[in-house]
Design a protein around this ligand. Sequence first.
Ligand code: PMP
Ligand code: GLN
Length: 387
Amino acid sequence: MLSAGTEIRSKLPKVGTTIFTKMSKLAEEYKAINLSQGFPEFDCSPGLQILMDRYVRSGKNQYAPMAGVMALREAISKKTYAATGVEYHPESEITITSGASEALYVAISVAVHPGDEVIVFEPAYDSYVPAIELNGGIPVYVTLDPLYDGIDWDVVATRFSAKTKAVIINTPHNPTGKLWTESDLQKLGELTTKHDVAVISDEVYEHIIFDGRSHVSASAIPSLANRTFVCGSFGKTFHITGWKVGYCLAPKEISAEFRKIHQYLVFSVNTPAQFALAEYLFEPEHYLGLSAFYEKKRNLFINSINDIGFEIKPSEGSFFQNVSYHHLSGEHDLYLAERLTREAGVASIPLSSFYNEAVDYKVLRFCFAKNDDTLLKGAEMLHNVKW
Ligand code: PMP
Ligand code: GLN
């Protein structure tokens, strides 16, 4: 029974408030510079605001079609084709979701039944494992060092069993800023084909890639495309994390199953935002310049903390930079992140929060989706830390 005053039998007994909420709150409390939770400090473009305003004023304010506004699905289909040469049919293979969060949750719900195993590469974004567990699944981890160089595919192969039903991947990766190479994806394609399992590919940072590298989408690898849910989001691409509009690309039969759950979870997604995004996507410049924009910020941040003594490998993509402080202190990353917020006035995210067993590699994650002044001020304050 569930009633006030009785003990609730939790489906997520180990879960508390997310580290992002916790660190943002601490930053606010200590008036610290918030380089913790990943969201842009700057606003979305005036052009996009005008479009949103126009669609609200022109009456696009009722439920959108369950699978999404067709103009937006068509625009995503065109954009994906241009990037990967793969065609997802707007009618049957593209579904608009309430952010990538919903896409991930629904994809996991489709693929995972009670007792099924799901391979998760950690450090991992925090929403995957609770979604697996809510569906009765069992996460099986491939644990990587936060500054890892390449994936050991022999180790990955050992994680597959007769119970494995899905693998979750994320490229560009939050929190490490790593990109998966085409060869990584090919290897994953071989293993997932051999074991006949689904792939859930979180690609929300697809347009934030540095140093001339390219994003390789799971959709571009034929052995993966036929078994993959590609989960995307406009939150990161257009500085609109608060709009919560994302999407899922998947083959027709898989999308049909995906929509069965999506329709009862949210039914449909913010209508004027979908119309506005459909129109905004006509101009590829609106997202193709994003890598250069963030690369400058990454460089500014790295250059301004370079003399502190952190070990830094420049992020390859996303808007996160990790720094290792193992030369400077033996402090647990959770305590250090809190101390830096209180004493130095800079909030970050401890990498241990992305590990199932909270492994402490002495690494902090900083979000550089901030104004240059904020990044410079944050860097200056990090120079005052007593080690
Ligand atoms: N996956 C990753 C790796 C993320 O960093 C985020 C951003 N919070 C999400 C999924 C969720 O995206 P959205 O805000 O579109 O739900
Ligand atoms: N994706 C964001 C991050 O990694 C946080 C989103 C959230 O607060 N749930 O910081």
